[in-house]
Write a protein that binds this ligand. Structure first.
Ligand code: AP5
Ligand code: MG
Length: 212
């Protein structure tokens, strides 16, 4: 299984790849998570990455692809969450994997309308210690804004401010159409409705993955 998960910000990519990874025992690279880990450092690259992420812009392709290349290299199975985000990233990955004889086996494209995207993102809280993701509307912590597991105060992501959310959605619409067409032409694209609760969406994704 070599799968990429696409979808607008807040579509549920991270939530679903966690479930898929556990169910099928496949390792995941979330480029967004990789950048958030990087941004905790105090070096030049972290500063450069932060300057894009905090504005809701894409980090330059070369920087992202270095991380992706290292992760997928010689793996039989993997899941990518949030890569590729533009046509160039798709082509870089395609060339690299074809060269190894390990092309993607499928691309899951989670679809969600904009009102729901905004609700999910404005409601998201994350534990700074363990990374557990909550949502004040759908999956709130037991105690107000404290992690159920660690007891520490939950935080919003730096890119979940209203204006940055709007910019991320704009970038998504600007860049993703050619990516979707690229995988559609290859017969690899599976659209999945991202509306409904987490387990309903997971059942839809399992149907796609089990049918392959
Ligand atoms: P990234 O971290 O990938 O952010 P994103 O694509 O904007 O997506 P999110 O992580 O916000 O949403 P998600 O789809 O994972 O949803 P989640 O499961 O968390 O990227 C961040 C930034 O890094 C980018 O803007 C860019 O700067 C940079 N970057 C990353 N990859 C890059 C690349 N390839 N190239 C260049 N730059 C890159 O769910 C959201 C919320 O909804 C949560 O609260 C969750 O609990 C809740 N939820 C999930 N599913 C459901 C459901 N079914 N019902 C109710 N609530 C739900
Ligand atoms: Mg995510």
């Amino acid at each position: 299984m070599r799968i990429a998960f696409l979808g607008p910000p807040g579509a549920g990519k991270g939530t679903q790849v966690d479930l898929v990874s556990r169910e099928y025992g496949v390792s995941v690279l979330s480029t967004g998570d990789a950048f958030r880990a990087m941004m905790k450092r105090e070096d030049k690259l972290a500063e450069r990455v932060r300057s894009y992420v905090e504005k809701g812009e894409l980090v330059p392709d070369e920087v992202v692809f270095e991380i992706v290349k290292e992760f997928v290299d010689n793996k039989d199975s993997f899941i990518l969450d949030g890569y590729p985000r533009n046509l160039r990233q798709a082509e870089l990955l395609d060339d690299f994997l074809e060269g190894k004889g390990l092309a993607l086996t499928g691309v899951v494209n989670i679809l969600l309308d904009e009102d729901e995207i905004v609700k999910r993102l404005t409601g998201r809280l994350v534990c700074p210690q363990c990374g557990r993701v909550y949502n004040i509307y759908y999956s709130p912590p037991r105690e107000d804004k404290l992690c159920d597991d660690c007891g520490v105060p939950l935080e919003r992501r730096i890119d979940d401010e209203d204006d940055v959310i709007r910019q991320r959605i704009k970038v998504y619409h600007r860049e993703m159409k050619p990516v979707v067409d690229f995988y559609q032409r290859k017969g690899l694209l599976f659209n999945v409705d991202g509306a409904g609760d987490i387990h309903e969406v997971f059942e839809r994704i399992k149907k796609v993955l089990d049918g392959k």
